[in-house]
Design a protein around this ligand. Structure first.
Ligand SMILES: [Zn+2]
Length: 255
C-alpha cells in the first residue's frame, strides 16, 4: 500500500502494518459508543456524583453506604455495556499479530470482552471486589455480599470494587508493565484520550523519546495533535478503527 500523505487513515494503516511492536493506549472515548459516557463529560457520572464526595478513597472510608450508591450506579452502567467495533478492531489486530498490547485507562473490561488478551489496566477493573482489610479478591458475579447495603467480606472488612479511586495509587505492576510497553514500542496508537492525565500522559512521551510513531485517533483535535502526534485521525473511533483494521487485514469483519 503506497503512503498517502493526504489521507491520515490510510497512512495510519500503512505505518501500523510496518510496525514491529505496536501498542495502543485507550481512554474513555473508545467506550462512549458502548453507552458509557465519559465520566467528566456532559451526562457523565461525575455530574450526579461529584468526585470529591464519591470517588476518593477517603470519601469511601468515611461513608461507604453513600459511596456504594455510586458504585451500584456504575455497575448498572457497565453491566449493560457491550464492546463496540473499535474494541473488536483492536482485538482482531492483536490476534493477527499487528498489535502487541492495549494499555487502558478504562475500568469497563470491554477490551477483554471483545477478545483482547494483553490488556494493562491503569485504573483497575470493576469486575472484582477487594477487601480493604484482608485483601481477598472476589469476582463481582460471585459476591454474595452484594445484596447487602454495604458489602462486607467474611472477615468484616469493607469490600470495594477493584478500581483505583482518587487518593489511591496506580497498581505498581500495571505501571511497570505500561512503561515497559512504551519503551518497547515503535508505534503507539492513542485512542479516545488526550492522554493529559498522569500517569497515562507519560506513555506517549516515553515512546516519543524512543522515536516511536504516535498515531492519535480521537473525535477531534486534542492537546496531542499539536504536541506529540505524528498523525491524527479524526472521527468516531467506532468507524475509523475498523477501517484501519480493514485496510490491513482485508478480510476483517467487526464482530
Ligand atoms: Zn476480608
Amino acid at each position: 500500500m503506497p503512503v498517502d500523505e493526504s489521507n491520515p487513515l490510510k497512512k495510519a494503516a500503512e505505518l501500523l502494518q510496518k510496525a514491529k511492536y505496536a501498542i495502543a493506549l485507550t481512554g474513555a472515548g473508545i467506550s462512549v459508543e458502548s453507552g458509557i459516557p465519559a465520566f467528566r463529560g456532559k451526562g457523565g457520572l461525575w455530574e450526579s456524583y461529584p468526585v470529591e464526595e464519591y470517588a476518593t478513597i477517603d470519601a469511601f472510608i468515611a461513608n461507604p453506604r453513600k459511596v456504594w450508591n455510586f458504585f451500584r450506579d456504575l455497575y448498572d452502567t457497565l453491566g449493560s455495556a457491550e464492546p463496540n467495533p473499535a474494541h473488536f478492531a483492536l482485538a482482531k489486530l492483536e490476534s493477527r499479530g499487528i498489535l502487541k498490547s492495549v494499555v487502558t485507562q478504562n475500568i469497563d473490561g470491554l477490551h477483554q470482552k471483545a477478545g483482547s488478551r494483553e490488556v494493562i489496566e491503569f485504573h483497575g477493573n470493576a469486575s472484582s471486589l477487594r477487601c480493604l482489610n484482608c485483601e481477598m479478591v472476589i469476582p463481582f458475579e460471585e459476591c454474595e455480599a452484594m445484596s447487602a447495603e454495604i458489602p462486607v467480606c467474611s472477615c468484616g472488612g469493607l469490600l470495594k470494587p477493584e478500581i483505583v479511586l482518587y487518593g489511591e495509587s496506580i497498581p505498581v505492576d500495571s505501571l511497570m508493565d505500561a512503561q515497559d510497553e512504551a519503551l518497547l514500542c515503535d508505534l503507539m496508537l492513542v485512542i479516545g484520550t488526550s492522554a493529559q492525565v498522569v500517569p497515562a500522559s507519560m506513555l506517549p512521551l516515553i515512546a516519543r523519546q524512543r522515536h516511536a510513531t504516535i498515531i492519535e485517533m480521537n473525535l477531534g483535535q486534542t492537546w496531542l495533535t499539536e504536541h506529540y502526534a505524528d498523525i491524527s485521525v479524526f472521527g468516531s473511533v467506532g468507524s475509523t478503527l475498523p477501517e484501519v483494521a480493514h485496510l490491513i487485514l482485508g478480510d476483517y469483519i467487526d464482530t
